[in-house]
Design a binder for this molecule. Sequence first.
Ligand code: TLP
Length: 346
Amino acid sequence: MKVIDLRSDTVTMPTDEMRRAMFEAEVGDDVYVEDPTVNLLEEKSAVMLGKEAALFTPSGTMSNLLAVLVNTRPGDEMILGSEAHMLAAEVGGASALGGVVMRTVPSEIDGRMDTGIIEQTIRQDNIHFPHSTLLCIENTQNRCGGRVLTTEYTSEVVELAKKHGLKVHLDGARIFNAAVALGVPASKLTAQVDSVSFCLSKGLSAPVGSLLCGRHEFITSARKWRKMLGGGMRQAGIIAAAGIVAIEEMVDRLADDHANAKRLAMGMAELPGITIYPDRVQTNIVLFEPPAKVTPQEFSKLMEDRQVLAKPYGGRKIRAVTNRMVNSSDIEETLGILKQIVKELA
Ligand code: TLP
């Protein structure tokens, strides 16, 4: 029986075309910037996100950390949302390796931070205070349920940061989901920020990798930091080749994941005891709460016993992420299974 894996879009397997491209990839030593396939992936990524340059890294976590390391000095303060992935799930790297204080502004249900609160949070010049040097935003906002930040909001935040001399880094692990949801090119959502990271191995289905994009000097500095972190890769064109297929062929299909997520949420809304807000589902992430008599852990175990995987996601929440390995009939099957579980619990 097929396992319907909704734990994350990171579970997507490379396509046949990716495997072919990997097999045929022309490679060189990327530490000498001599891998033509890595160079091509970096050039194409920079263009797609409206930046001067890009750097291929092993993970979104490393790309985000590099943005912190380049833009801050130990003792500085960075401002980010209380639900930011960089705060919640990147092992405290900014603090442990960058010596940076992470100061939060509440993440709203729609993934934004209130700009008034951001402004109050930015430090004045005072001998006692750390310097606020970096503001981080996330699009789509994972822990708020894949919420999309608009171009207007991004511009507003960047303008505010500029006014106070802060750099802005965008954790765009799922920026192409945001672009597809809004029907705009990704560059429209990223042109304003100083740097942006995005992931190849989530909905885009590549096996490994992330890109960090920004100005030439920024990327030169990030390249040096990447080496220090042990991220200097050699014939990395083997994996970059799959990344090129990901950005060229896999973006438009994200709309299917979004439609499946919406259908899943709408179907769940009809099940007694499940708390879900289908209107909040904009991309491929569905957050819901199980009936009150079970914990999220117990409920996801009941799902797992029936071959449907989803993750408890803090508090009462469970997260289901639609992805290329799950089609619309799997979604119907999931809804049937959930209906059965809810009935048995009643
Ligand atoms: N997110 C993963 C992990 O938390 C397990 C997931 O399943 O959602 N930024 C955002 C917004 C992310 O969601 C993630 C990964 C990252 C950065 C980090 O990327 P990786 O996993 O490549 O280090």
